[in-house]
Ligand binder design. Sequence first.
Ligand SMILES: *Cc1c(COP(=O)(O)O)cnc(C)c1O
Length: 336
Amino acid sequence: MIQEKELYRKIRFACHSESAEAFHLQSRIHRLRWFDRSDIWVKRDDELSFGVSGTKLRKHASIIPSLQQKGIEEVVVIGGAHSNNVLSAAQTLTENSIKMTPFLLGPPPQRTGNAKLLSLFFNEDEIHWIPRAEWSTCHNLANRYIEEKRSQGINIMLLPEGGHHESALPGALSLMVDILRNEKESGVVFDHLFIDAGTGMVAQSLLAGAAALERKTTFHIVVLADSFTDFKSGLAQVIQQTEKFLHLTITTLPDHHLYYPSVAKSFGSTNSTIFREIKRTAREDGILTDPVYSSKLFLTARKTILEQTLQGNILLIHSGGALALSGFMDHPIFAS
Ligand SMILES: *Cc1c(COP(=O)(O)O)cnc(C)c1O
C-alpha cells in the first residue's frame, strides 16, 4: 500500500521537467440533476484543455518530461485520422519543440472534425497515410522510418496508438489523486465511478491507483475500442508498470465491472440515439459531449444506474474530446 501524499509526490516528480511548463492536472466536480437525485456528479476533465482532450492531457503530462529527459527530437505518432491522441500530441509536442511525424490510417474520404483540424498542424506531405489494407503493418513501416532516422543520428521514438505507453503512467495516475482532492474539498465520498476506455490506459491506471491506495470504490468501465479481453491484458500490463513505478505489490483490485456501450457498439460508430443524447446533455446538463467517447459513457451510465438501481454517491468522468463533435454538426438531428 502507498500513502496518498507519497503517490502525489511521485506523480508530481514524473510530470516535472526542467525545460517544460507543467500541465495543470486539477479539474472540478459538480452535480448532475439526473433522476431527481442530488448524489450523481460529473468530473470535468474536459475542462483541463480547450484543444487536448482531458485524459490525454494527463497522459502527456508525464510523456513529455520523459521524452525531454531522453533528449528525444522527433516522435512518430500512430493513430486514426480522427484520433484525439494524434490531435493532442500535435499540440503538446509542438509546444515543447519536439517534431511529430504522424503515421495515420487513411486518408479518409473527407476531412472533417479532428482530421480537418490536423491540417492546421501538418502539410499533407508530412503525413504518412497508411491505407486500411496495410494498417496491420503500420508498426513495421513506422519502425523502418525510425531506423532510417536513427542512422542519420536523430534521436527518435514511437508513441503507440492512444499513448498507451509506460511513460504515460504517472500522468494517468494523477486522475485518482485528483478525485481524492475533489472528495476532500466537497466532503463527498464516491461509491461508484464511471469511466470510458479507449486503449484503456487511463481506466487501467485508475484501477491500479485505487488498488495501490487500497481504496474501496466500485468502478464501472465502458469499453469502447477494444474487447474485454484486450482491456484485461492491458490492465495486467499497467498493474505491472504501477508496481514498478511505486515499488509495491498489488494483490487485489477494487470491484470493477466492464460494459460495452449500450448503443453503437463498434468504435467510432454513431447513430441517432447518440446524437439525441448529445443534444439532451447540452440542454439538460449544459455540457458538450462527443460522439465517440463521452456521450456513450453518459448513455451507458444512465442505463446502468437505472437498471442496477445504483445507490450512493456516483461520479462520472467526462474525459473531454468535444472538438471531435465539430465533424458531426451536419447530422440532421442537430438541425431539427
Ligand atoms: C482517448 C480518450 C479516452 C480513452 O482513453 P484511454 O486511455 O485510451 O482509454 C476517453 N475519452 C476521450 C475523450 C479520449 O480522447
